[in-house]
Design a protein around this ligand. Structure first.
Ligand code: PCA
Length: 321
């Protein structure tokens, strides 16, 4: 009798401990050493600490749980409670997602932050309609051109096998006469090794992550745009948390955002140096290349506005104000 009571008591203790702990999965698409992923790991540790272990977030970097393009739907459907997405990858779904992926709309960290502030209210509204919320977003370092061959003007990109990671990066390829092929960051090294890719636009961060210097010898620091990663949360999962846990999550998210933007700037400087150390020519674009790319950007912003309509215009006005 006494024995049975002890077992029941033990079972009760165990089940209440299990109830008290919530486990979330956080799929992410970039390698564990990437600054976004490192930031996510710190964020998860902060949440663990602030909630005394009540909310355990497991980060799955490197597209190990879901491939990059699948993460948004996974969070929406509740297969993952929280996840990190590249907003610009979803431009075809809704033009506003792609605003930070347009060449030469916002090219500095300061402008990129301004653009984020203009985007934020409509991003929140859209994600809420989809059953999610935006926790935080962090810009990648500015995007430049990587190429196997020297590029003195856009004409040198004609016919080049160009890796794209978003609708906008595919469109750039079309406009310069390159051949776009969509390759996610997780598969980029492989694509280079097999010769599927000869050029692309991305950051120094991804250049180092994927060791682009092993195959591509030229980097032109065009600083064309700063796309953002956003951390999104399934609304039902969020609502199921108690208030102190929700508050802890929001606080850790705000801290991760500030930390991430600072890290991005440092990573920009550091990774361009690493590219050089590894034998890559890291150069400013020629006046001709700059002018060619500026023209591409003008066309794309115009095309984007046509598709985005008044909502896009309102966002641009808010950004430029
Ligand atoms: N790296 C990611 C997106 C932007 C960036 O700098 C990539 O190349 O896939």
């Amino acid at each position: 009798m006494k024995h049975t009571f002890g077992l029941i008591a033990a079972a009760l203790v165990l089940s209440s401990a299990a109830q008290a702990q919530t486990k979330w999965d956080l799929p992410a698409a970039y390698p564990a050493t990437n600054f976004h992923s490192v930031n996510l790991a710190t964020f998860a540790a902060d949440v663990d600490k602030a909630t005394a272990g009540k909310l355990k977030i497991t980060v799955h970097p490197g597209a190990s749980l879901f491939k990059a393009p699948e993460i948004k739907r996974a969070v929406q459907g509740g297969q993952a409670q929280i996840g990190e997405i590249l907003l610009a990858a979803y431009q075809n779904e809704w033009q506003m997602f792609g605003a930070d992926g347009l060449p030469f709309l916002a090219t500095s960290y300061a402008d990129s932050m301004k653009l984020y502030n203009a985007q934020k209210p409509i991003l929140q509204k859209k994600l809420a309609e989809q059953g999610m919320t935006l926790l935080y977003a962090v810009a990648w370092p500015p995007q430049g051109i990587y190429s196997k061959k020297p590029v003195t003007s856009a004409a040198d990109l004609k016919g080049s096998k160009w890796r794209a990671y978003s609708p906008a990066t595919s469109r750039i390829a079309e406009l310069v006469g390159a051949q776009p092929v969509t390759v996610q960051a997780a598969e980029l090294s492989q694509a280079l090794a097999t010769g599927v890719v000869e050029s692309n636009m991305t950051s120094g961060a991804t250049g180092v992550d994927s060791k682009l210097y092993e195959h591509l010898k030229y980097y032109y620091d065009v600083q064309a745009w700063l796309p953002k990663n956003a951390v999104i949360v399934n609304k039902k999962a969020f609502d199921a948390l108690d208030k102190p846990t929700q508050d802890a999550l929001l606080k850790a998210g705000a801290e991760a955002e500030a930390r991430g933007w600072a890290a991005s700037q440092k990573v920009n400087t550091d990774t361009l140096a690493i590219l050089k150390t590894n034998g890559m020519a890291v150069e400013a674009p020629s006046a001709a290349l700059k002018a060619d790319m500026q023209k591409v950007g003008d066309t794309m912003v115009k095309e984007w506005l046509e598709k985005a309509g008044p909502e896009g215009q309102a966002m641009l006005d808010a950004y430029r104000k």
